[in-house]
Design a protein around this ligand. Structure first.
Ligand SMILES: O=C(O)[C@H](O)[C@@H](O)[C@H](O)[C@H](O)COP(=O)(O)O
Length: 308
């Protein structure tokens, strides 16, 4: 049935407020068997051709005209979840990713008035195994563009040790996470910020890669990343899907086809980004109009920066 979801996460908790419509009911009254004293019950089949987001209880796909409106919304979302986490647990844990998120967060977060990052703990959803002063280092980019502009302490940043081999590095980073989340078998981040590549990868979890099936490790090494640099470490799905809130940011027309595949499904194996379904948490897809161009699922449209 077009536009329905297959996540199996049950019915929406909230009533539909804005179905993208087309509710087309087809009633089929099956015949009563004439020779039988106990007529077969009338069966009514209702075919609903209704487009709405896959999991109305958790997934929100929010479309902005452009990154100019998306960026401030992302910053507000992070800040609001940080406020809640600080009130509830006394610290805010966030996982960062590379790509366009680096410049977006570096522009928008420091612009927020009264942002206090002194009790933040920032980790990396994935990281490239290169020295910090290499232009490919995600940590290096955040350090120069963001950490230098906010009051996050050095001890509030969990980075890899790029001097290690990739296997040692993954183990070392996993141990750092375990130490930072001593009460949890699997670290539960308040917010994970993710991007998606044009092939549907997220973190360093690439299509058809064996790491997609990793269930034991919380951090895994990858030696053969299809996207350079080849050596990386990445959080695995058990961590990603344990987060309280996962936010994808995806913009630009080059993402339109893969976004349709990820959000609406289709033939072939499920792409990595489509496997991100937090078991308890919120899932946001913040996208722009060019990226949303091919979508038929229900989306929320925001013409200006919004509070989510
Ligand atoms: O490690 C990497 O190779 C990149 O960080 C990559 O995974 C990026 O996050 C996505 O390709 C999304 O990129 P954009 O945010 O630029 O769309």
């Amino acid at each position: 049935m077009a536009g329905t979801e297959s996540s199996g996460r049950g019915l929406p908790k909230e009533p539909f407020t804005e179905p993208s419509l087309a509710l087309v009911g087809v009633f089929v009254r099956e015949s009563v068997v004439p020779s039988c004293r106990c007529p077969r019950p009338i069966q009514i089949k209702l075919s609903i051709n209704c487009s709405f987001s896959s999991d109305m209880s958790a997934r929100r796909v929010v479309v902005f005209p452009s990154a100019a409106e998306l960026g401030p919304t992302l910053a507000h979302l992070v800040a609001s979840r940080a406020d809640k986490a600080l009130k509830d647990r006394g610290r805010f844990t966030v996982g960062l990713s590379g790509g366009s998120l680096v410049s977006m967060l570096s522009k928008e977060l420091p612009a927020l008035p009264d942002l206090d990052c002194s009790r933040w703990l920032a980790g990396f959803c994935d990281e490239r195994l290169v020295p910090f002063d290499d232009g490919e280092s995600t940590y290096g980019l955040y350090k120069s563009q963001l950490f230098s502009k906010i009051n996050i302490p050095d001890s509030g940043v969990l980075a890899i040790d790029p001097s290690l081999t990739v296997h040692e590095c993954a183990e070392d980073y996993a141990n750092k996470l375990k130490k930072a989340f001593p009460n949890e078998d699997i670290p539960v981040f308040d917010v994970l910020l993710l991007g998606m590549g044009p092939d549907g990868h997220t973190c360093s979890l690439f299509p058809d890669h064996p790491l997609l099936e990793e269930t034991q490790k919380i951090v895994a090494p990858i030696n053969n990343s299809p996207k350079p640099p080849p050596q990386r470490v990445t959080m695995t799905f058990p961590v990603v899907n344990s987060a309280r809130c996962v936010v994808f940011v995806s913009t630009g027309g080059s993402k339109a086809a893969v976004l349709k595949q990820v959000l609406e499904g289709g033939e072939g194996p499920t792409l990595p980004a489509a496997r991100v379904v937090p078991s308890q948490g919120e899932l946001f897809w913040l996208i722009d109009e060019p990226a949303a161009a091919s979508l038929t699922v229900h989306v929320e449209r925001q013409s200006t920066a919004a509070k989510l």
